[in-house]
Design a binder for this molecule. Structure first.
Ligand code: PYC
Length: 412
């Protein structure tokens, strides 16, 4: 008989959980992080591991990874358009590659190569621009022709049924997919083991500010004093920033995704079509993981719609007509905090001790490690880490935008 069954018969206590579940909130923490998604947990992890700051509470209104961390399509890449974006996401890709070892947990990091298809002359021009910026910063991207795309993905109909023939693509060899919830669990477990408290089902209802400095938070489980408060939420940023009187240009749109039934492995790469508003990869379970552009209207909801699946599957059939009989298995939605320049809002704010990690739109998952690392350094030193200086909220007053729209995976 397996030892575990025997042990259970004698002593029916459950196995240790992945995280400790502290019963009570303390009266005070050095740092309170609002949001127990990948970013919040990564920040807690690096605060503890790199900076020795362990008196940290992560407050999550739902459950770990139940927000956008578990709702994205798991793509990791650094083929951005601006120098600021390329440097930032390149650091994230580097961190991702070592995370399984770092956590001693398999996050199923799978390097696939990433094709962004160009169906028009102007799209191809943007791909060339991105390739040049990428190469300049040592990121492996190049513009490739139809033959290269056909060789990597023979199942793709390059003529798209005659609708929008593919002219070429931006090929980014480091493009990868990663098991998203494992990233959150790994960061959470690593933070927990170093003494960070993770409090699930704990909603922040107010933030206390005294003389321009943050002093603590109010929650549905009582008030807590804090030396620093870091907002690392998605879909709730305006609610949180409203508590300290800060306004951001963030607007929230739903972003939906879906998976098919499992298929035998046939798609080795990640395929993105900005013109057809589709991105797709095949998971290690064989499901096609697919997404499209944002829902058109501002809405604070994670509901799913038939419009989304109809439009997405229609465009998928332009690319892969043989999938006509494949069944969809699940669909879901997340809330995307969109900024005017498609870059995040990070770092220090006009309220002393209050830090923001927000505006993650449709690009948040791939930034998880680097946002955790740079936000932890920012909180520890009180100064914006150099990689995130360009993303400070003040850029909107200084008209110093970081225009990343051309590197969004699909047209939004
Ligand atoms: O930016 O790679 C991306 C992406 C994929 C899905 C949504 N955004």
């Amino acid at each position: 008989m397996p030892l575990r069954l025997l042990k259970n018969a004698i002593d029916p206590r459950p196995d240790a959980r992945f995280f400790t579940q502290p019963e009570r909130l303390k009266k005070r923490y050095d740092v309170v992080i609002i949001g127990g998604g990948g970013h919040g947990l990564a920040c807690a992890y690096y605060l503890a591991k790199t900076h020795g700051i362990t008196d940290v509470a992560v407050l999550e209104q739902g459950y770990i990874g139940g927000g956008n961390t578990g709702r994205n399509t798991t793509i990791v890449r650094s083929n951005y358009l601006t120098p600021e974006g390329v440097k930032f996401y390149d650091q994230s890709v580097r961190l991702f590659q070592d995370l399984s070892d770092d956590f001693d947990l398999n996050i199923f990091y799978s390097r696939r190569g990433h094709f962004t298809l160009a169906h028009t002359d102007s799209a191809l021009r943007t791909m060339r621009w991105r390739a040049e910026v990428n190469k300049h910063y040592g990121v492996d991207s190049e513009v490739v022709g139809r033959e290269d795309i056909a060789a990597a993905c023979p199942e793709l109909d390059l003529d798209c049924g005659g609708h929008l023939p593919i002219q070429g693509a931006l090929y980014h060899a480091p493009g990868a997919v990663v098991r998203h919830d494992a990233v959150a669990w790994g960061y959470g477990r690593g933070a927990d083991r170093r003494g960070v408290e993770i409090h699930q089902k704990t909603r922040v209802t107010g933030i206390r500010v005294d003389g321009g400095r943050v002093t603590g938070v109010e929650t549905d489980r009582g008030a807590v004093e804090a030396g620093a408060v870091v907002s690392m939420v998605a879909g709730s940023t305006p609610r949180i920033t409203g508590m300290v009187g800060i306004t951001t240009p963030i607007v929230i749109h739903p972003l939906q995704a879906c998976v098919t039934e499992p298929l035998k492995p046939w798609l080795d790469t990640i395929i993105v079509s900005a013109s057809l508003h589709v991105y797709v990869s095949q998971s290690s379970r064989g499901e096609l993981v697919m997404g499209a552009s944002l829902d058109p209207a501002e809405l604070h909801s994670t509901r799913s719609t038939l419009d989304f699946t109809e439009e997405l599957t229609d465009h998928m059939l332009d690319l892969f007509p043989f999938l006509g009989q494949t069944r969809l298995m699940r669909q879901w939605g997340g809330m995307a905090d969109m900024t005017p320049d498609f870059a995040p809002i990070m770092g220090t704010t006009p309220v002393a001790g209050f830090y923001l990690d927000s505006g993650w739109g449709t690009w948040g998952f791939k930034a998880t490690p680097v946002s955790g690392m740079t936000m932890a350094a920012t909180v520890a030193s009180g100064r914006d880490h150099e990689l995130i200086e360009p993303f400070n909220l003040s850029r909107f007053e200084r008209f110093a935008l970081v225009g990343e729209r051309g590197a969004a995976s699909v047209g939004h």
